[in-house]
Design a protein around this ligand. Structure first.
Ligand code: PXL
Length: 257
């Protein structure tokens, strides 16, 4: 019997569908992978930004995961906004319990509109509990800077940060440079080689690029792509979705996934 490839997202809820697990599910679907999802935290938000964050009871969070994973086994998974250290630890424990492979971590810490999407200490918890079991981590420049305490202003700085981040345990690091001056450059480092992918900047304020990018990588890993191929395909996917971005409210544009 044919078994459909499955990807799991453990992430925050974004009711606009531009970011969060909703954007992840759409991305999985667009790439031909069946998406399953666990909300780790809820938000009240619209295209102008995040108004409120509501944590999910940790026991209920664990119950959601157990109930789903005693039944389905994802080929790859990603984490997005996890918000609290308690949730980060619970995620790490469940990944071990269910022997999950192909973990992609988007270390979400601030929304495009500037709201903090985590409590104090969450990046440390991610570093300690999740990075050592990750296949790929996908920080943007500001997340990479917060994780390494390095100032990141150019491609060289991004490479230095990627080297430092690789020592924290993941198999590969992608630092995304959408906010770099000039061209938008993303850098992959796998411990041996760097691969830089450059694209013309697309003007405008976009919501959810990090979520769509990391879930596109996750979908590709579920489809058995090598990390490098997954990176190339995900970058192209995001670029096309930005080029055709849609207006669904009065604020930021949303990627057309
Ligand atoms: O883009 C980061 C992000 C991730 N996850 C959720 C979000 C946001 C940004 O607003 O709301 C749930």
């Amino acid at each position: 019997m044919y078994r459909q490839k499955i990807a799991l997202t453990i992430a925050g809820s974004d009711p606009t569908g531009g970011a969060g697990f909703q954007a992840d599910l759409k991305t999985f679907q667009a790439l031909g992978v069946y998406g399953i999802s666990i909300p780790a935290v809820l938000t009240a938000q619209n295209t102008n930004g995040v108004l409120e964050v509501k944590e999910i009871d940790p026991f209920f969070f664990s119950s959601q995961i157990d109930t789903l994973l005693i039944d389905s086994y994802p080929d790859a998974l990603k984490t997005g906004m996890l918000y609290s250290s308690g949730i980060v630890k619970a995620v790490a424990e469940k990944i071990r319990t269910y022997d999950l492979k192909n973990l992609v971590i988007d270390p979400v810490h601030t929304s495009t509109s500037g709201t903090s999407l985590m409590e104090e200490g969450v990046l440390d918890a991610m570093t300690k509990h999740l990075f050592p079991i990750a296949k790929v981590i996908t920080p943007n420049m500001s997340e990479a800077s917060a994780l390494t305490a390095l100032e990141i202003n150019n491609e060289d700085d991004m490479k230095k940060a990627a080297i430092k981040l690789l020592h924290l345990g993941p198999e590969a690091v992608v630092v995304t440079g959408g906010h770099l001056k000039g061209k938008a450059v993303d850098i992959l480092f796998d411990g041996t080689d760097f691969l830089s992918l450059e694209q013309d900047r697309i003007d405008g304020e976009f919501h959810g690029t990090g979520c769509v990018f990391s879930s596109a990588i996750t979908a590709c890993l579920a489809l058995d792509y090598e990390i490098k191929e997954a990176f190339i395909k995900a970058k192209d996917f995001v670029w096309k979705a930005m080029k055709t971005a849609v207006t669904v409210g009065k604020g930021m544009k949303i990627l057309n996934v």
